[in-house]
Ligand binder design. Structure first.
Ligand code: 4F9
Length: 227
């Protein structure tokens, strides 16, 4: 899975090179290519934004700079064409990300992720290159970089070889329910014992207990998921 990220702040993506995703990159299961939009400014001061037409606070990212950054990876506009990379813009205006969407996106082989900053990006370049707008939740951030990392992290988990297959099948949401509680040694901690059934070695009973707990926890904490 190839990710191209168009951003003014490539240094913000350091965390994604850690841990499981770091290993996935080393093993060439995923490839994250960071494109600094500022490198495509033709202004002598490397200007990338300007004041909004019509007035108002803040600055708007200029369409031509963003478009050149995009062209440097896509070559030409592939919007709407089958087989091309899908271009995703991280914005609170987008469709809310969920596990189903994550799984669908993991079937793509190439995603181009556009991160905005300041008051946004000139609408014309969004109209020209973006296939899909995605939000990670109903709140405003300082830019699309953290949402882009959320997207890449969640999608990469579905790329074959990144996780062991069991973790994918056993986790929260994969069956529509939240995860059952987990315990490890010691058998007693601060007077609290590990549930007896987990020590029994009786696999059928353990599975039954876990299913019941999953349901009970979902009903208590996220009843909306049961509907
Ligand atoms: C993007 C917030 C996606 C939530 C982008 C400011 C954003 C965002 N989901 N906020 N720029």
């Amino acid at each position: 899975m190839k990710f191209d990220v168009l951003t003014l702040f490539p240094e913000m993506f350091a965390p994604i090179k850690q841990s499981i995703l770091g290993r996935a990159i080393e093993n060439k299961l995923i490839d994250i290519n960071l494109i600094n939009i500022r490198d495509f400014s033709e202004n002598k001061h490397k200007k990338v934004d300007d004041t909004p037409y019509g007035g108002g606070a803040g600055m708007v990212m200029m369409p031509d700079v963003v478009y050149r950054a995009y062209q440097s990876i896509a070559g030409k506009s592939n919007k709407g064409k089958a087989g091309g990379a899908k271009v995703i813009y991280m914005t609170p205006q987008g469709k809310k990300l969920n596990q189903k969407k994550v799984e669908d996106l993991s079937k793509e082989s190439h995603l181009i992720i556009l991160c905005g900053h300041y008051e946004g990006i000139d609408q014309r370049v969004i109209d020209k290159i973006v296939d899909e707008e995605i939000s990670i939740g109903d709140y405003v951030l300082t830019g699309g970089e953290i949402p882009a990392m959320v997207l890449m992290d969640s999608v990469s988990r579905y790329v074959e070889g990144v996780l062991n297959e069991d973790s994918i099948n056993e986790e929260s949401f994969s069956n529509g329910l939240l995860e059952y509680p987990q315990y490890t040694r010691p058998e007693e901690f601060e007077g609290m014992k590990v549930p007896e059934v987990l020590l029994s070695g009786h696999h059928e009973n353990i599975e039954k207990w876990r299913k019941e707990k999953s349901y009970e926890i979902t009903k208590m904490k996220r009843p909306d998921l049961l509907k």
